[in-house]
Design a protein around this ligand. Structure first.
Ligand code: XIL
Length: 326
């Protein structure tokens, strides 16, 4: 079992509706979740589009259900994600107030959300939600991504967001999360500069989430290099959304033995470099982005197989690879 092999938390994604379901598939899903994992991330339910339902109006019910499940079954919950350009509620997209009023709405949302989820505690009095991805995907390559937030608040919206989150909870671990931190050197360098600026200017940040959406043959040597570079910031390091596409070039029509083996190796490398390069005190954990291939956001109508379990919840050899690496 993954969690028993690893010396740090092992996570996977959930939704409130799957946790509430008693279908055969979802019963199996919950069994695996509770045997192999001890950390959960909401795939979508704790994003802004789902919780920020109107001006000064929040619906935390799905997140609360996930937190209650976590408490009952001994998981921690990693909060994902306070501000992401791809999860903006329609009403906020169409907000007609001034830029100051827009910023006040986002500030209110960040503070209310962090404060709300700081309340749930386990039996020892420790918070269930002890961490948040505060800003997701601020960069586009090495440039600041243009978004509603840069347009309405400014390019420093990310700094404000971390400060708002810290004001709402002095203890919660605050993460910056992004993709291609492994594999895209100029993007990684931009992120490391940002983090160093935060540290110099006393803007609160505790960790970096490396999403780790990999391909079977990418990245190669940059995988350990990137994990080392991110570790060198001294912050917590989270592999936050690990999956491995095997059909990036659309050149296969089924999961071949050769591709399955390449995928096994890539999962092994991710687990191995994380567990050996990141100092134990900085190992926040490793989170998979899904269970069955068919549930993956990258399934692509059945033309990719990125995860650890087949469509009957049997482990693939990729699972063996990750176990060997951890
Ligand atoms: C994805 C979910 O898996 C999909 O269900 C949803 O439609 C879009 O978001 N980076 C992230 C995650 O930080 O939140 C994304 O999750 C995948 C890419």
């Amino acid at each position: 079992d993954l969690k028993n092999v690893a010396s740090f938390p092992i996570g996977n994604i959930v939704s409130a509706s799957k946790l509430a379901s008693t279908s055969t598939a979802n019963t199996t899903f919950k069994q695996i979740l509770n045997t192999e994992y001890n950390s959960i991330t909401a795939e979508n339910d704790m994003k802004m589009a789902n919780m920020f339902t109107g001006p000064d109006t929040y619906d935390f019910s799905d997140g609360d259900a996930i937190v209650a499940y976590a408490k009952e079954n001994g998981h921690r919950v990693h909060g994902h994600a306070l501000i992401w350009h791809q999860s903006i509620p329609n009403w906020l997209n169409n907000f007609t107030g001034t830029d100051e009023e827009f910023e006040a709405q986002v500030e209110g949302y960040v503070k209310a959300t962090v404060a709300h989820f700081a309340e749930a505690e386990d039996d020892d009095g420790n918070p269930i939600v002890a961490s948040w991805d505060v800003v997701n995907e601020y960069f586009d390559g090495s440039s600041v991504r243009s978004s509603l937030f840069t347009q309405r608040i400014g390019n420093d919206f990310h700094e404000k967001a971390f400060q708002w989150a810290r004001e709402a909870d002095p203890d919660v671990k605050l993460f910056y999360n992004d993709y291609n931190i492994a594999g895209q050197v100029d993007k990684r360098n931009a992120i490391i500069s940002m983090v160093n600026n935060f540290i110099t200017n006393s803007i609160p940040i505790d960790g970096i989430g490396m999403q780790m959406h990999l391909n079977h043959d990418w990245p190669s040597s940059d995988l350990p290099t990137s994990i080392q570079a991110i570790s060198d910031t001294g912050l917590l390091v989270h592999i936050s959304e690990l999956d491995v596409k095997v059909n990036y070039g659309d050149d296969i029509t089924e999961l071949t033995e050769e591709r399955a083996a390449a995928q096994e190796f890539q999962y092994q490398r991710a687990g191995y470099y994380y567990s050996t390069i990141v100092p134990p005190a900085q190992q926040f954990g490793l989170t998979l982005w899904g269970f069955r291939d068919q549930d993956s956001w990258l399934y692509d109508g059945g033309s990719d197989w990125p995860l650890l379990y087949d469509n009957d919840f049997n482990t693939k050899i990729s699972h063996r690879g990750l176990v060997a690496g951890l």
